[in-house]
Design a protein. Structure first.
Length: 114
């Protein structure tokens, strides 16, 4: 049996340190949808993040901005659609969401400001 080649993507470094300004740039806004609010039953919060943000940076940013303990971060990258408006083609922007799982007993109230 041959071993499969290692992934070439960057692995998140443990203990990533993010500046306060970068932390506020990473956590752009909470996602307020029906599906995202159902995640709160499982102690999850969903945020919009920049396309270049890594899981380690997202974890460090959420922990520093909201003073909570993050258990895991899952990300989802959404490619923008090509749409037609009055015969002209346009493209919606690509976006990235982060589903952040919080440790037991931790919570974030996304309805209030930071």
């Amino acid at each position: 049996m041959s071993k499969s080649p290692a992934k070439k993507g960057k692995a998140p470094a443990p203990g990533v340190i993010v500046s306060k300004a970068r932390a506020y740039d990473i956590v752009r806004s909470p996602v307020i949808t029906e599906k995202a609010t159902l995640g709160s039953q499982h102690n999850q919060v969903t945020f919009r993040v920049p396309l270049d943000a890594t899981k380690g940076e997202i974890k460090a940013a959420v922990e520093s901005v909201f003073n909570v303990k993050v258990k895991a971060v899952n990300t989802l990258r959404h490619q923008g659609k090509i749409k037609s408006f009055r015969g002209h083609l346009g493209k919606r922007s690509d976006s990235k969401k982060a589903m952040v799982s919080l440790a037991e007993g931790q919570s974030i109230d996304v309805t209030t400001g930071v």
